[in-house]
Design a binder for this molecule. Structure first.
Ligand code: IPE
Ligand code: IPE
Ligand code: MG
Length: 611
């Protein structure tokens, strides 16, 4: 794969000074931070040059402050000038400084937002006077503000090239605990340098706990109190690394996990050296020897090499027009696939030979939504992994679509993956996506008279799955049979919030001529304004809740809750639920007429499968 900074073509409109700039960043990282350089080699190849640019920028910004040259105020000024130059250059797209030149390119190419680095840069500048934080809480706040901006950019780069994270890592307490562990390890490993330069910034709270340790440290005297302090810090650093690592692991893509394992192993090795150093901890930095580093990095590097060849990755996009461009979304229907022109094949009958019940057209619900619940329980009750439930659940989806076609249902919405489902293990989440991808690959939707629509967030779903969904949406958009809405990475409240934002934008742009908004006006800001209200909402698996599905559309739906688990369901269950529904009396607020069915029929009911 061609790479920036390695003499390969850099992309549209790219020139040799950009390649030279990336090479300069690579050199800086390799020479000043050889371990980090090795760790960055575990990143997906398309983003490695961007990683060098970010790391070299961090190194440069930190270096302007972490020096004994000039007064603190001058150091701060230097960094402020460097940051201001970066901002201006990002707007113009050029810089004479190699580190900023590469960073400007990274910002424009990968959609990095410089605002996200602002807090970190100003916090690094504020550190110029070297004042120690008073408490661990202050220390943690400082670590967080100086580092999370950069960590966030590395995560963003991973996402931009197609490595998804099932949760917002920025929101996880484990991430901030883990950063504490990394930073404290750094402090211990570099104790000698920091003491020499007088830039040690341990919280006074911990120095007070070991009286005299602060002055002994400055005098580079490895006194019993310094020993006790170091032992305490080592233990604290190990604990933070372990806790953070254990929780983070559950949320990572296998490629990111390789990086995490190597990072943790390397930082633990640094702590081991610090522990074994004794008084030498005050004389020289604590770095593992070459053999130890090789033992950690070599296997990680071969694993990463193989893995990144197996995972579909996005190559560097062409540099964008401006800094802070909005995040790149998954491929939309830029090049709609050809619409399917072959006639739809006949719907295969259910293997039992069952036929749909005859239901008057005007009694048939127009829109049925299903919360397909119980895959996990179905599998675990049989001693199988939860993933097996999702595999079988996909078969039920296909049969249900066939049943909807047979009975002549116009709209069927299937809750396939909720925004809350990202809380599940990475294995389970990726398995669900894989199963969905396989179903689309099979092409059954294309073969039948189905118009596919995807409702949900297009940003976090793996690119290849998003592309398949968009392709099949485009290919089936002319179909008139069943509209099949797949709610995938869908969250009802997010949908409403987005509609609210769109309305606010329209108002700001002067597109809303009057202040009052009718329900119909509001619906125009939903993803599919023509989507009809849900008449019947069916949830399998025995739970009686809506789990954030289509709040706008289900507001007057009849609710049907059944106890059977989704993988056990087939089209006969759908027909049964629809038949039951035809006996419901929908009043929409009116008083019951004397000849209406008994009021009890409108209550929700838990029913067993009747077929
Ligand atoms: C529903 O089944 C499928 C999805 C959420 C993707 P579950 O996986 O929720 O099954 P249970 O509720 O754990 O049994
Ligand atoms: C709802 O099921 C989401 C889907 C069926 C896709 P869940 O099983 O995730 O819902 P909760 O967590 O029980 O509400
Ligand atoms: Mg469930």
């Amino acid at each position: 794969m061609p790479r920036l900074g390695e003499g390969a073509p850099a992309g549209a409109g790219e020139d040799s000074d950009v390649r030279a700039a990336y090479r300069a960043c690579k050199r800086i990282v390799r020479e000043a931070h050889s371990a980090e350089y090795a760790l960055l080699h575990l990143m997906p190849p398309p983003i490695q040059p961007a990683c060098w640019a970010l790391y070299a920028a961090f190194h440069t910004a930190d270096g302007l402050i972490d020096t004994t040259e000039g007064t603190p105020a001058q150091r701060s000024e230097h960094l402020a000038a460097w940051t201001a130059a970066l901002r201006t250059e990002a707007d113009h797209g050029h810089s004479g400084d190699p580190v900023r030149r590469a960073l400007v390119d990274t910002v424009r190419r990968w959609g990095i937002d410089l605002d996200d680095l602002d807090e970190s840069l100003s916090s690094i500048a504020a550190d110029a006077d070297g004042t120690a934080p008073a408490t661990w809480q202050d220390w943690r706040a400082r670590v967080k503000s100086q580092n999370t901006g950069w960590v966030g950019q590395f995560l963003r780069l991973l996402e931009r090239c197609g490595v998804r994270f099932p949760v917002d890592l920025g929101q996880l307490a484990a991430v901030s605990g883990f950063l504490d562990g990394l930073y404290l390890t750094d402090t211990l490993a570099d104790l000698a340098d920091d003491v020499n330069r007088g830039t040690l910034t341990l919280p006074t709270e911990v120095l007070d706990r070991f009286p005299g340790a602060g002055s002994d440290l400055s005098a580079r005297h490895f006194s019993p109190n310094v020993q006790a302090l170091v032992a305490h810090l080592l233990q604290r650093a190990r604990q933070s690394l372990t806790d953070g690592h254990d929780e983070l692991r559950h949320h990572l893509h296998p490629g990111a996990d390789i990086l995490l394992q190597a990072l943790v192993a390397y930082f633990r090795a640094r702590l081991d050296v610090a522990e074994e150093s004794g008084p030498a901890i005050l004389q020289r930095p604590c770095e593992p020897d070459r053999l130890t580093r090789w033992r950690i990095m070599a296997p990680a590097r071969s694993k990463a090499f193989l893995l990144w060849r197996l995972v579909p990755l996005r190559t560097p996009p062409a540099a964008g027009p401006r800094a802070g461009v909005p995040p790149q979304r998954n491929p939309g229907p830029q090049q709609p696939s050809a619409t399917v022109t072959v006639p739809a094949v006949p719907v295969p009958a259910h293997p039992s030979g069952a036929r749909p019940p005859a239901i008057d057209h005007d009694r048939l619900p127009h829109h049925v939504a299903i919360i397909m619940d119980g895959n996990g329980r179905w599998a675990t009750s049989r001693g199988l992994p939860r993933t097996a439930g999702h595999t079988l659940g996909a078969r039920a989806v296909r049969d249900m679509a066939m049943g909807a076609l047979e009975i002549g249902l116009p709209h069927l919405s299937l809750y396939t993956f909720s925004t809350e489902n990202w809380h599940r293990s990475t294995d389970e989440v990726f398995h669900i996506f894989r199963v969905l991808g396989d179903e689309l690959e099979d092409g059954w939707i294309l073969r039948h008279d189905i118009r596919l629509r995807w409702i949900g967030d297009a940003q976090r779903v793996p690119c290849d799955l998003a592309a398949k969904l968009r392709d099949q949406e485009a290919a089936t958009r002319h179909r008139t049979g069943l509209t099949l809405n797949l709610c995938l990475d869908y969250g009802g409240r997010t949908e409403l919030a987005r509609a609210g934002s769109a309305i606010a934008r329209a108002a700001r742009a002067g597109d809303l001529t009057h202040g009052d908004m009718s329900e119909r006006d509001f619906a125009r800001y939903l993803p599919y304004p023509d989507m009809p209200d849900v008449d019947l909402l069916w949830r399998t698996g025995g739970e009686q809740r809506l789990s954030n599905l289509l709040p706008w559309h289900v507001s007057y739906a009849e609710l049907h809750f059944t106890t059977g688990l989704w993988p056990q369901m087939d089209r006969r269950d759908l027909w049964q639920v629809i038949s039951d529904h035809t006996h419901r009396h929908r009043r929409y607020g009116s008083a019951p007429s004397p000849d209406a069915p008994p009021a009890a029929s409108t209550k929700t009911a838990i029913t067993q499968r009747v077929t």
